[in-house]
Design a binder for this molecule. Structure first.
Ligand SMILES: [Zn+2]
Length: 252
């Protein structure tokens, strides 16, 4: 059985929307084999405790008891979090589900791993990954082409893998024209323009001050930029929407 068979048999409405918005995703689903679930999948790739732990750290973050930096450090230490309900083998284009008919979110999540070829750090909605954009696109909240989702995950990955200064420069180039002279073209004042205060913006200057040049851009803040961007899109924040457009992630 292929993953597409589950889509068409159990989620016809979703399949129709996917056909309209992300046809290539369905193409991958038709090439992805659903293999039998084995208990060791739960042990090797999944860790239900991790979900509870992510939620625990989220609570601390939300109540301001820890910094985002600390949250990142803790959450990145955890094994891939999932509800032990599915697994994807990107290389061999195989997925397996604990239940015969997986929940549609689980189905999309696992096929998404195969389709986009990304690990949870950049795909999973738990980590603020591309999966969030995918669903916003499916729901028609924004015009998010598949290329926009891929671009988003690529930028996030590059930032995470140490190219954060380069990525920050790209963000500044794309987003600073929005502000003109009101905001100095540097990563931190650009972030502050949305109302988000990254950890690294610890020194405070006027938003249009060239003194921002002295502040070194931190990796976790650039990764955090993308997590915040997904949050901003979820809540319909006009600044984040505009940033996403200027970065080429969503289309007008
Ligand atoms: Zn996953």
């Amino acid at each position: 059985m292929k993953a597409i068979d589950i889509f068409t048999a159990y989620y016809p409405e979703l399949t129709e929307k996917l056909q309209e918005r992300y046809p290539d995703f369905l193409k991958t689903a038709s090439e992805t084999e659903v293999i039998d679930w084995k208990e060791e999948f739960a042990v090797t790739d999944r860790n239900p405790e991790a979900i509870d732990e992510v939620m625990f750290w989220n609570t601390l973050l939300d109540s301001g008891l820890i910094t985002r930096e600390e949250w990142e450090r803790q959450v990145r230490k955890l094994p891939p979090a999932s509800k032990t309900v599915g697994v994807a083998f990107i290389e061999t284009k195989e997925v397996a589900f604990r239940q015969e008919v997986p929940d549609k979110f689980v189905l999309v999540h696992e096929v998404g791993h195969v389709h986009f070829g990304e690990v949870d750090s950049f795909w999973s909605s738990t980590y603020g990954g591309g999966e969030i954009l995918f669903w916003l696109g499916v729901k028609g909240r924004y015009n998010i082409p598949e290329a926009g989702i891929r671009l988003f995950m690529k930028l996030m990955r590059r930032a995470y893998e140490g190219k954060h200064k380069e990525v920050a420069e790209e963000i500044v180039r794309a987003c600073s024209p929005l502000w003109g002279k009101q905001i100095y073209p540097h990563f931190y004042p650009i972030c502050l323009g949305t109302g988000w205060i990254p950890e690294g913006a610890c020194e405070w200057f006027e938003l249009n001050s060239p003194e921002w040049e002295k502040v070194e851009v931190k990796r976790e803040d650039v990764v955090g930029f993308f997590v915040n961007l997904t949050e901003g899109l979820k809540y319909g924040d006009s600044f984040w929407i505009e940033y996403a457009r200027r970065l080429g992630i969503i289309e007008r």
